[in-house]
Design a protein around this ligand. Sequence first.
Ligand SMILES: Cc1ncc(C[n+]2csc(CCOP(=O)(O)OP(=O)(O)O)c2C)c(N)n1
Length: 293
Amino acid sequence: MLRADASAAARFRAARQAIRDGGQDEVARSLQSVSADIRRSILRMIDTAQLGHVGGDMSVTDILVTLFGAVLEVDPEQPQAPDRDRFILSKGHCAAALYSTLAWCGYFPESELRSFMAPLSALNGHPDRRKVPGVETNTGPLGHGFPVAVGCALAARLRGSPSRTVVVLGDGEMQEGSNWEAAMTAGHHGLSSLTAIVDRNRLQQGARTEETVTLDPLDAKWAAFGWEVRVTDGHDHTALLEAVRPSVTGKPVAVVANTVKGKGVSFMEDRVEWHHKVPTSEQMRAAIAELSR
Ligand SMILES: Cc1ncc(C[n+]2csc(CCOP(=O)(O)OP(=O)(O)O)c2C)c(N)n1
């Protein structure tokens, strides 16, 4: 198991406090600058490993940064604190984005990111809760993380804990039936401490989601399963902050976050081949330059 980096955790606490104390514009600017750092970090990890899921990593980055930067009540130095908020990345193939965010928070030293997917590294291609602090459950097989999140929210209610559970799903992942069983169960129990965010980038592994199995109208489907639904721009930190505010109806909250796969790198944006293609060294230079503007 990796250990927290105390100085990174202290920096994160200070940065988060500053973000939380800032006005809306300042908050958005701070989160945007962290997102650019995380996107560059993802590219470097994938370049070193020559493996990864760059498109989905880039689309989920702003969601992760908003959650860890300003929403989740977590302490990287006490990753097992009983009343911590629970975060589950159900689209576990986007581990590089999660690891970069967790390292920024200080859950483990940033230098570990260089070992992404290397033999014996803790940072596997899919997150492992036994190896990486901040990872609440193993994900990778699509459709598994959301049911576990429902269990976390139910358990928190039974314990009388204030803990909130947030789960992020891929839109292609929503084609797995287990998600709809989870949605139905959470709706039935009125699990208002549960928030599910769909990274709606409209692409899956080899095709557009709507060409594979129709998901629209996705907001109406969530509502029919008993959820309070919010549709938002998944790259606008201010809009995301508004969309993930706690439930006001006593129902669980579903956020349909409209995103762009490969966001931030023009030649990757909305291109199906960048689901898990690895950039050449020339493409790497161009991508880093674009993300540094
Ligand atoms: C049960 C299962 N089937 C197939 C896969 C292989 N797989 C990995 S990612 C992916 C596409 C997921 O699409 P989406 O959820 O939209 O993710 P994103 O576009 O955000 O990367 C597939 C089919 C898997 N991980 N699990």
